[in-house]
Design a protein around this ligand. Structure first.
Ligand code: NAD
Length: 240
């Protein structure tokens, strides 16, 4: 049975790397983008498509609309880690998992206890003034007017999340690539693997133990040693 195979792969390895996406947090009641219950499918009445509203250009040109949408749809302050986050944190603690590389911005891996987390797309918990670069926490953003402004220079505050048309932090990307290149086992979960460059990170994996856990099929399923089209929380809870 493939679940038994996965258990033995995990048992034998001390160099596992995890690469995940929005599907890791759906069991914490944070919608992903592309599932049938995801943000892209359930918001047909918006004036602009979500991809536009989450773009750098839109942030600059329609800052108020950006923040309306962002605060309403991207921030789930009360969300708690689920079985998937918890299992990954346990694997790290046991010395088996070397890094979590995530496309998520919700901070739930750290909340579950993971230490070595690479946030490819940033975090809702970090925000900075676009003028003087002073940093602000999430509460400051949530408690301010629609558009948060710096308490020192009145500059507009921007979340430290990677918007469409923005580049990734090169250091985070480089370290993620290094971990994936050196990984013995790569587990990928909860990602449609359609957002680049994050999806392209699969290409750097040199091993033959690629595990894919995603409710729906992905373009990389053919490369996987094991594929589970199931809930990532349930699978990881069973094997850890
Ligand atoms: P995506 O929405 O494109 O794909 C999510 C995938 O996860 C889907 O293929 C879906 O079938 C699968 N999935 C959903 N729930 C699952 C579950 N419980 N178990 C297993 N699989 C499950 O998400 P993506 O590939 O991460 O790319 C979209 C972008 O969305 C990323 O850039 C990310 O920054 C952003 N995003 C982040 C959050 C968050 O921080 N929680 C939420 C929404 C979107």
């Amino acid at each position: 049975m493939s679940i038994e195979k996965l258990k033995s792969i995990i048992k034998e390895s001390n160099n596992i790397v995890f690469l995940g996406g929005a599907g890791v947090s759906t069991e914490s009641n944070i919608p992903d983008f592309r599932s049938s219950t995801g943000l892209y499918r359930t918001n047909n009445n918006l004036e602009y498509p979500p991809e536009t509203m989450l773009s750098h250009n839109f942030f600059i040109s329609h800052t108020e609309d950006f923040y309306d949408f962002y605060k309403d749809k991207m921030i789930y302050k009360d969300a708690k880690p689920n079985d998937a986050h918890i299992a990954l944190a346990q694997l790290e603690k046991a010395g088996k998992l070397k890094a979590v590389i995530t496309q998520n911005i919700d901070g739930l891996h750290q909340m579950a206890g993971s230490k070595n987390v690479f946030e490819l797309h940033g975090s809702i918990y970090r925000n900075y003034c676009t003028k003087c670069h002073k940093f602000f926490d999430l509460n400051y953003v949530l408690e301010s007017d629609v558009v948060p402004r710096c308490d020192e220079c009145n500059g507009i505050i921007k979340p430290d999340v990677v918007l469409y048309d923005e580049g990734l932090d090169m250091n985070v990307l480089k370290r993620s690539i290094e971990y994936i290149q050196n990984a013995d086992v790569l587990i990928i979960g909860g990602s449609s693997l359609t957002v680049y460059p994050a999806a392209g990170l699969v290409e750097y994996y040199n091993g033959n133990k690629l595990i894919l856990i995603n409710k729906t099929q992905t373009q990389y399923d053919y490369r996987a040693a094991l594929t589970f089209n199931k809930s990532i929380g349930k699978i990881l809870k069973q094997v850890v």
